[in-house]
Design a protein around this ligand. Structure first.
Ligand code: URP
Ligand code: ZN
Ligand code: ZN
Ligand code: ZN
Length: 479
């Protein structure tokens, strides 16, 4: 069965043009003009944008914080409804178990049956024994091309020290695996948290005071130095502050393979959201903390010109009433993280593209094309082109709405972007050729999403590979 999407404005990371996209089964088989004669079924996309399905390289569907677990892949329809067809999930290694075993046991027992978006995985180092670092060499053969370490969260199973970071960077460099790092100085945060609580400063607002931008800056600079010592590339997740962004920019300018993303919330919200009355501030307790308007402006500039190369959500579906209230007397017990996977397209389009901060091409690059490259998923994701998976969003720029939790599918009791406007609407979404959203309504099914392997050496473009002394060719993988 061949479906033709006709006369839409096709947007890629480098250009846009009115044309047709022909889908055969799960793949895009032609992009051009007047392809009518060879289609069984035609969709008129006149007046709409034809965008590649989004790739959100930073989501949490299995994260636990002090015993509270986020909503899982049974809510991944929210991603697709918001135009994101691929998500990359962080899986915290179980103690005494391998990283890949932790991942694929979860995949078999849960994710494969429930996913409604395509997905890939990051391994998260939690048990820093020798076998964990040895295992990094095998991850690419299992389709995992990234490992993540958390410098923050002292005392929690997923916290890592510098020794673990350095060992992971060395092993990952050899294997072509990208190390991703949550950068915050855990010891300073721990000290400040204890001090604030002892002074009776227990409200959500003090979350921000307990982890100022300097703790993020210090850790970022430290990991850039560790990566340089290990001669390895490194990817800094959820950059929130101007100075942190600048330390990444400076490393790049020195020729180091240092990359970073930011997230929608850091472009849109600020620390004043944490002071909302009646414990509403808890909705915005996420780490690193929300910053200032000046930081927002610097981050918009950075995503506009490539100092940061992707915009993710760090999606965490914690309920406000039943879960965030764990910390009603002590902000350090509020589960960290906020939902957002459903709103990435709408917010970035409205407040980025339509305000002139980023072009439509730059939007597509930050939303789909470069995240796919970062994750080694660009063999089938992130671009509208022949041979790619038919993950396509039809976006109607003439409709608009107000974001509200009532209309959200993410399965929690609040929206991080409640009341923000969305110019344009997701009209249709195809996932590997299957229509998943039709006229704004989600019509897909659990199990429609499938595992997509990440290929190694994603951040090692030829010159970088040479610079860090790597000469391996890309590993051939099945599928
Ligand atoms: O507050 C956040 N971001 N929670 C999720 C875990 C993490 O740090 O990415
Ligand atoms: Zn993090
Ligand atoms: Zn995260
Ligand atoms: Zn492949």
């Amino acid at each position: 069965m061949r479906t033709l999407i006709k006369n839409g404005m096709i947007v890629t990371a480098v250009d846009e043009f009115i044309g047709d996209v022909l889908i055969d089964g799960e793949k895009i088989v032609a992009v051009g003009e007047r392809l009518d004669s060879i289609a069984d079924h035609t969709i008129d996309a006149q007046g709409k944008y034809v965008l590649p399905g989004g790739v959100d390289q930073h989501v949490h569907y299995s994260f636990e914080f002090k015993g509270e677990r986020v909503r899982g892949f049974e809510t991944s329809n929210a991603a697709v409804a918001g135009g994101t067809t691929t998500v990359v999930e962080f899986v915290n290694q179980e103690q005494g178990k391998g990283m890949a075993d932790t991942i694929f046991d979860m995949d078999k027992n849960e994710v494969a049956r429930q996913a409604m978006a395509d997905y890939s995985y990051h391994a998260v180092v939690c048990d820093p024994v020798d076998t964990t670092f040895e295992e990094i060499a095998d991850l690419p053969s299992k389709g995992i091309s990234t490992v993540k370490l958390f410098m923050a969260y002292k005392g929690m199973a997923f916290h890592s020290d510098d020794e673990a970071l350095y060992k992971a960077l060395r092993a990952a460099k050899e294997a072509g695996v990208t190390v991703m790092v949550h950068c915050e100085n855990a010891d300073v945060i721990d000290f400040l948290q204890k001090k604030l609580i002892s002074e009776g400063k227990t409200d959500p607002y003090y979350h921000a005071e307990s982890r100022p931008a300097m703790v993020e800056l210090e850790a970022t600079q430290r990991v850039i130095n560790l990566a340089a010592m290990a001669e390895a590339p490194v990817y800094i997740v959820h950059v929130t502050a101007e100075d942190v962004m600048k330390s990444i920019r400076n490393a790049k300018n020195e020729g180091l393979p240092v990359y970073g993303e930011t997230c929608v919330q850091y472009l849109m919200l600020d620390e004043s959201d944490l002071s909302k009355p009646d414990f509403e501030g808890a909705k915005y307790v996420l780490s690193p903390a929300l910053r200032t308007k000046a930081d927002q402006n610097a981050l918009w500039k950075a995503v506009g010109n490539g100092w940061l190369n992707a915009i993710s959500t760090d999606h965490c579906g914690f309920d406000w009433a039943s879960q965030k209230h764990m910390g009603v007397d002590d902000f350090t017990n509020i589960p960290n993280g906020a939902p957002g996977v459903e709103n990435r397209l709408g917010i970035l389009w409205t407040y980025g593209v339509n305000t002139g901060k980023i072009s439509r091409q730059r939007f597509v690059d930050l939303f789909a094309t470069t995240p796919a490259k970062n994750m080694g998923l660009d063999h089938c994701k992130g671009h509208i082109g022949v041979g790619m998976d038919a993950d396509i969003v039809l976006y109607d720029p003439n409709e608009s709405s107000i974001i509200s939790n009532e209309n959200s599918l993410h399965g929690v009791d609040y929206s991080t972007f409640e009341g923000y406007k969305q110019e344009g609407k997701v009209d249709k979404v195809f996932l590997r050729g299957k229509l998943m959203v039709d006229d704004e309504e989600f019509i897909g099914e659990k199990g429609d999403g499938k595992f997509i392997h990440g290929e190694p050496f994603a951040l090692c473009f030829e010159n970088t590979k040479e610079a860090i002394g790597l000469n391996q060719s890309r590993v051939e993988l099945p599928g």
